[in-house]
Design a protein around this ligand. Sequence first.
Ligand SMILES: C[S@@+](CC[C@H](N)C(=O)[O-])C[C@H]1O[C@@H](n2cnc3c(N)ncnc32)[C@H](O)[C@@H]1O
Length: 467
Amino acid sequence: MSPLCDCCGEHINSLNQQISVMRKETKNLRHMLDSAVRAHRKHMIAIQSAVAKIGLRGPDKDQTPPPPPPPPQSALEQGNIQTVPIGYISSCFSVKNGTPRQPTICGPSRAELRIQQSVFNNPEHALVGLEQYSHVWIIFLFHKNGHLNFKAKVKPPRLNGQRVGVYSTRSPHRPNALGLTLARLDQIVGDTIHLSDIDMIAGTPVLDIKPYIPDYDSPGSRLDSEHYDLTTEQPKATTVSQNETTDITNLHKDSETDARSDQKRKMNDDSGSLLSRDESDTDVPVTDSSQSVGAQIPLHKDLHNLLDEVKAYVTQSDLCQQSCASEVQVSDSPKTKPAEATVDHPCYGEEAYSTIAGWIRAPPVGSLEVRFTPQAERELADFLPTHLSGPSGGDRPRFKFLRSPEEAAAAIRGVLSADPRSVYRRTRCRDRLFFFTLDSADITCWFGQGFAEVLQVRAVEQHTASL
Ligand SMILES: C[S@@+](CC[C@H](N)C(=O)[O-])C[C@H]1O[C@@H](n2cnc3c(N)ncnc32)[C@H](O)[C@@H]1O
């Protein structure tokens, strides 16, 4: 491009100056607007509480001032983020055609993911500890979706032309073209993760990686409210004890977890209540001879029995020959995990094994006993269940989501027994009161050695709740 003549150069300079002045003014105006909004909110709160104090009726409905505008939100609060891929998949599939529709379809489908140095100065640091897991969730972008078109109803290929809502499918064509794949983690070398069981094409931008933890990610293994014994008010001892091995193998198979849930359901049916506790229903650490790394495997007792039954019918070698070709390949592969991270997954038909870090089930932070003061119990009991709507309850506080004070008590116990304090609070401000909100209840508690005590349960004040 030829250099600008003097007069055009000057003109451009002056325009640039004007632009920068206008930018500054816009910034100032935005700042003033923000302060005005904040001040307005404060005034509204002050007026409301003054009205409440002197017991005045609020102004007539048609004179009610419009509610204060919501405070300005950051882009993140509005759900807008600028995504930055942490890396790009290099995989054995280069085009969409022929790429497995789900990771389970083609075991040996392999890929590598190198974490970008533009994201972390030391990308390999971001992977420390991940080698203890056998499976990872990969969150990625369907970057080859073309013109990002999506419809509310789609025709999944396996439904042969029938249409269903997009959210009942794993279709790539969705408003935010995000994909989610549970991949097998074969090995980590420096800043690179070696994966198999993938359904992503080469070049796929990856946004996030999370370890697969059946206790959180699989309903059959969830530590849900059923695990809280509401009569003794203590969390059930379903997790392994701390002195157990750090390498815990989870045998996870749908039919087994179903069997486990069925059994749980049956136990509940038998006793007529969720509240009873069967002492035999605790995990027992058993040594499984099939586990080649020799670690102790804490299996649920009924799960263990089931496993024994399965073993009686099929021998390990038969199965390895018939249906575990991919498993064998994994352990034969040069991508086998290094000695300290290797988990030699035994073969049992189509069972999927997953390993997780030991601290997930045996964390150094123990669970807490949860108590309520008599006053807090009375306050909680005063809350009306969701289904009791209408004027019958008078001024009594109501839950919006929780169905009863008992359900609220179980939720409070769940939250507190897991010790919700940050490490800072736990170590530096141990004696401080702890506040949290559950549904329409403001809860105040304190923590002592090995316990949490609920001191107060109050209805969330209306004006605070609407802010
Ligand atoms: C049905 S989707 C399922 C993906 C993921 N497991 C999920 O549930 O979100 C898998 C298909 O998406 C297509 N695909 C894979 N990577 C893609 C990408 N980066 N962009 C667009 N389509 C892709 C392939 O055709 C593959 O068969």
